[in-house]
Structure formats: C-alpha cells, structure tokens
Design a protein around this ligand. Sequence first.
Ligand code: ZN
Length: 323
Amino acid sequence: MAQQYAIGVDIGGTNIVAAVVAEDGRVLSRLSTPTEAERGPENGIRRICELVERAESDAEIPSGDVAGIGIGCTGPLDLERGRVINPYTLPTWDDVPLVEAVSNRFGLPVVLLNDCDVAALGEHWVGAGKGTRNMLYITVGTGIGGGIIANGHLYRGVGLTAGEIGHHVIDINGPKCYCGARGCWEMLAAAPAIARAAAEAAQEGSLLLAMAGGNREKITAKLVADAAGRGDPVAGEIMRRTAFYLGTGVANLLNILAPDVVVMGGGVMQSWSLLAPGMMETIRARSGMVPFEHIRIVPAALKLNAGVIGAARALFDHLRGEL
Ligand SMILES: [Zn+2]
C-alpha cells in the first residue's frame, strides 16, 4: 500500500529532529542536527531538507510511500501562512516561508504547527493520552505551553493560536510578562522563574550555592531541583512554591476543560516525584467543580520523540481533512 508513512520534523532552539513515522505511530528512523539558527534561514532550510532525505533513506522505504511532511516549530509562527516569525529563539528567522520552501523542494504536502501542538498530538496518538477523547497537554520548560485535544482532535481557535496556557494569569499583581500581562503562569512556574527565585534566595554557605560553584548566575532550575532532592531547605521551599503555582494553573484549566487526562512534559516536569505531591494537593483543593478523581494527571511518555511523532500525525490528519 502506497503512502503509509509521514516524515515528522521538530524544530527547536537547540536541535532539529526528523523521523519517518508509520501510519500506526511507529518511528522507523530518527536523526537530529544542531539548529544553529544564526547561520540563517536558507542554510537552515537546506539542512532540514537534507535531514528529511537522510531519515527517508535510513528508513529504507520507497520515496513514493511518503505521504508528506509535518513540521512542529518553536513559535511565534504565522500558521495560516506557514511562516516562522521567531527571531527570539531562532535568531535571523523572521518571516521565513518554511512550508512553501519545503513543499517546493519535495513536491509533497507540508503542514506547520507549533511545537506544543505537535507534542500534544504525539502524546494523544501513541503516548500518555492514548485512547482518550479529551486531553490537555502541558509542557513546562523555558516557558509553559499547551495543546488541547477536544473530541479526539486538536483544538485550534482563531488564527490557529489556541492553547497559550502559559499566559493565563495566576497573580494579577505579579511580574510583568513579555506578552503584556502581569503574573502569567509561566512567569511564576517555568524554569527561569525557579532559577531567578533561587538566585535571589540562596544563602551563603548553602548546598544550593555550592552546587552552582558559588555563582548565583549559574543556578538553573535543574540545579534547584537537584539541591532540593539533596535536602537544601531554600531549594526545597522554591520547589514547593513551584508545585503550588503549577497546581493552581492546572486546577484553573481543569475547571475550564474537564479533560480525561492531563499530560505534563518539559524539562521542569522531569522533577515529577519532587513536584507531584504538592501539585496534586493544590489541584485537588482547587478543582471542586469537576470530578478530580476521574481525571488522570500523568507525566509525558514519549520524551524526545513526542514532537516528531505528533508532527507526522498532524500530516496524516491534514490529509484526511481533520486538522
Ligand atoms: Zn504572558
């Protein structure tokens, strides 16, 4: 049977990944290369196309069997025009016609989505949200992003921009956010907020500061989690507060969406065992209008492959007219 494969591409600030994915979600081949966005969009597009070709040849499938290419990319993006407008995390990539360039190169259908939406599709297809009808995907890393699966399909919204859950406000008097609001969820609970709080509060002679080589500027969210795990009291308090903020945001979203499952990924959620108890306690206390006991809240399952698998799924959905 022809056209039973799609190529998924995941473009992040650090790496670009390409994979050949079968119609049942299996990954047949996977390759990555450093993004190095500052080398310019033309160079980047050429290397993306080379990566796609190599992934295809590694998978040892006839090229006629590839139905198209799905791309997930760190945003902002102009999704209606298939363009990347992201000089922030992809320096020099300002108004780049990515869909047009890749589809001209291969003569295949190409779709572009934001990185959170493809990860949501991947987790829903073959990951932690498999088999559910309504799913909320949350990624907590440098920022907080989300993807909403409603009735089995990605919920898109006007301009295909839905799911910016990191910018729902938790503290109306909180720190100013680049989006224009104050006290957005990601300003309080994402990795930079954790690192910033620890840099301010780390005490002289503490384990936390020693682990950063005595340099407050070297404190990262990962380091705070490690120090908390090793008993540093300030790091522990910051992680407890992060769990509270995460739980508050998840509870807000449960009250609005009442999904079957919430899947949580991203770097900060690697500290699941440290964050989950406080987060669950907060969610339980603040989601009284929905049946908390019937909603599963689980860590992401696909790790680094969620993006490419979900990008391939987006392509298959697009061809069926279901995206
Ligand atoms: Zn914001």
